[in-house]
Write a protein that binds this ligand. Structure first.
Ligand code: KG4
Ligand code: ZN
Length: 362
């Protein structure tokens, strides 16, 4: 099946063309095209995402990306260059679009665009499928060439808006066992970055700076690490960084100019505290539920320090579990993962309402 997927839930405009096969038992995906137009530069001066600007950028970027996607030439296509776009659109079996969670004006932009495409297509069999963005992240690991996941599995979704731990009995059956009670982990990286005067988005900036710092220099709290549940809390950790900075400001007026390494130590120590909680709770859940795999996904999953630490801990504690991280290009928001979730929804005959649902959950 050919799937054209559209993702506009936040600040990335993304369209992908994906070939899916093999059914629910062992779904396989071939990425034909995967394009993302990042809006980072637009939002950077504001230190975060401005919803109306994001919507404006989606409106501008969607037709540009679509043109590039539809000019994809299938091997069997003999059509002239002008006909290729139409040929490609008509060959699509599923148009998958994110319906939530996300920013409502942004979601509607993608949904309306997808609806127009469905009307334009001469292929009356093309189906329009609504996709939960979180299921996109959840299935982003299936886009890797080697994606044989053993179940039961523990799935950790770590993004700018969510921190969720799931117990997956199989590909389509899961139970949420924990989530953040306040800030998402990515959000806490973004907020701490702002405290350190680093640009938005903060995650990559903190990771870069942390490489020059000592992760044991400052003992920040590890919120909820010893609690028996699988919930998380990151707002107190951010506040601890804020108080630490206030203390520094009181002690030395110009500490920022005196020592760049203090900032690096703060970044490294904060990152370490956040990751220790994530890793410790995930490994504990693996043991409790005897999981055979751990599946990590979401924008924060791209962090190489996290990947390294997870690998090390798995070796120490749970050698039987396989660890899966998505390929880097599928960690942050993208449309290929929406295609994967769209395919699975289609096979399950799960037809989400095609309306924006900004608070949609798993
Ligand atoms: O999944 P995503 O692209 O969007 C949401 O669905 O939220 O995740 C974006 C989040 C941002 O908070 C960003 O700061 C964080 O992922 N992020 C990182 C890194 N790269 C992006 N966090 C830690 N380390 C990174 N290298
Ligand atoms: Zn996301």
């Amino acid at each position: 099946m050919k799937i054209l997927a559209i993702e506009t839930s936040c600040d990335e405009t993304a369209i992908a063309l994906v070939e899916a096969s093999n059914g629910l038992k062992n779904p396989r995906f071939k990425i034909l095209k995967n394009l993302v137009a990042s809006q980072i530069k637009t939002h950077q001066p504001f230190g975060g995402i401005v919803p109306n600007l994001a919507k404006r950028e989606h409106l501008k970027n969607l037709p540009i990306l679509l043109k590039k996607i539809l000019n994809f030439k299938f091997p069997i296509c003999n059509a002239s260059h002008n006909d290729i776009s139409e040929y490609t659109l008509n060959s699509v079996d599923i148009i998958a679009v994110t319906v939530g969670p996300g920013l409502e004006p942004c979601l509607w932009t993608g949904i309306n665009f997808a609806k127009q495409l469905k009307i334009k297509s001469a292929n009356l069999k093309t189906k329009l499928i609504g996709v939960n963005h979180l299921e996109g992240h959840l299935y982003s690991n299936l886009l890797s060439p080697k994606s044989d996941i053993l179940y039961p599995a523990i799935s950790l979704i770590i993004s700018g808006g969510h921190t969720i731990l799931l117990l997956m009995k199989n590909l389509i059956c899961w139970e949420k066992i924990g989530e953040t009670r306040d800030d998402a982990i990515g959000e806490s990286f973004d907020k701490v970055a702002r405290l350190l005067n680093l640009p938005y988005p903060g995650g990559p900036e903190i990771e870069k700076l942390a490489k020059f710092g000592n992760s044991e220099a400052i003992e920040f709290p590890r919120p909820m690490i010893n609690q028996k549940n699988y919930d998380f809390s990151f707002s107190g950790l951010k506040t601890a960084v804020l108080y630490y900075l206030r203390g520094l400001n009181q002690e030395q007026n110009n500490w920022q100019s005196q020592s760049a390494s203090i900032k690096a130590d703060i970044a490294a120590s904060f990152q370490q505290a956040a990751f220790e909680v994530l890793i410790s709770k995930t490994i504990r859940s693996v043991k409790e539920f005897k999981a055979k795999s751990i599946i990590i996904s979401g924008g924060v999953a791209v962090n190489k320090t996290l990947q390294k630490q997870f690998k090390k801990e798995i070796k120490n504690h749970s050698p039987l579990s396989c660890l899966h991280f998505p390929l880097s290009s599928f960690c942050g928001d993208n449309a290929a993962m929406i295609a994967a979730a769209g395919y699975i929804n289609f096979l399950r005959k799960k037809n989400k309402q095609i309306i924006a649902q900004s608070n949609l959950n798993l």
